[in-house]
Design a protein around this ligand. Structure first.
Ligand SMILES: [Zn+2]
Ligand SMILES: [Zn+2]
Length: 287
């Protein structure tokens, strides 16, 4: 039997006024999930978690039946940097952030695998896996998602094969999954506009669809294979609203949590969420 599922959709929000306030912002724009930075995205400082704030967020999430939240690691996290000090910082952030995320209600932790500079891919993958092993040993219960990247410069994780290799190199990899990003997929050369079925078959063959736990929904300023990571509002880029709607309605993706990382503000995200809800049919293929 095919069963109907609700659309879990939200966007990246600031937690500068606390988690509960971010939850209220999400509700105000029709969202039932949201993404936030686990700590300052360009620095590294993390605010202390306030138990009362988390409790109020937990209440709100249950009341409005939210899907999983996305805790996004800072951009400065680079476990495969050529610099030892940067790798050391990544190990510290991974350990601390996983401990923090373990205290948040129903949240996934999302990281970019990193940039390898002049290092060989195999060595970079080994470094990423080593940091993940260390961090997950302390917090085995947290779901950690590797984000598929656009593949610009020396970015690791721009191909399904690289994501697979990282997962394989982590000893206890049962809590590791993948976060897809529609903009990154197109930029990396995966044609989700004209051949979504083919791209999903390839993900299944290389990584396994059961590892795909979350999706960043972004249009892309640049076209197929551009290797440029520049997000555009839904319907205003090279992907287009129709292809985005096909994506959220695809039987193997329907039911996953989707978060927008589009440029804009609460008003524009409310409009994008309304557009997606309107175009959502929500019939799950498996199940
Ligand atoms: Zn990201
Ligand atoms: Zn991006």
């Amino acid at each position: 039997m095919k069963k109907e599922t609700r659309l879990v959709i939200g966007c990246h929000l600031s937690i500068s006024a606390g988690f509960h306030k971010a939850g209220l912002d999400a509700v105000s724009i029709g969202a039932n999930t949201f993404q936030f930075f686990s700590r300052n995205p360009r620095g590294g400082r993390a605010r202390a978690l306030e138990p009362a704030d988390l409790e109020r967020l937990g209440d709100l999430i249950r009341r409005y039946d939210f899907g999983p939240l996305f805790a996004h690691a800072p951009y400065t996290l680079n476990p495969c940097s050529e610099k030892e000090s940067v790798r050391e910082f990544a190990r510290m952030v991974l350990r601390e952030d996983l401990a923090r995320v373990a205290r948040l209600p129903n949240s996934y932790y999302i990281i970019h695998p990193g940039s390898r500079g002049g290092m060989e891919v195999a060595s970079a993958i080994e470094l990423v896996a080593r940091s993940l092993n260390e961090a997950l040993e302390e917090q085995p219960g947290v779901t950690l998602l590797l984000e598929g990247m656009a593949g610009r410069g020396s970015e690791v994780g721009g191909t399904f094969e690289e994501l697979r290799e990282i997962i394989d190199a982590v000893e206890n990899n049962s809590s590791i999954g993948v976060c897809l990003d529609s903009c990154h997929l197109l930029a990396a050369g995966y044609d989700i506009v004209n051949d979504l079925d083919g791209v999903l078959r390839e993900i299944d063959a290389v990584i396994g669809l059961e590892r795909v736990k979350a999706v960043h929904l972004n249009d892309s300023k640049f076209g197929l294979g551009s290797k440029k990571d520049r997000h555009a509002p839904i319907g205003e880029g090279e992907i287009g609203a129709e292809a985005v709607l096909r994506l959220i309605n695809h039987p193997v993706l329907t039911g996953l949590p989707f978060n927008l990382e589009t440029p804009g503000d609460l008003d524009s995200w409310a409009r994008e969420i309304a557009l997606l809800r309107e175009g959502y049919r929500g019939v799950k293929g498996k199940g």
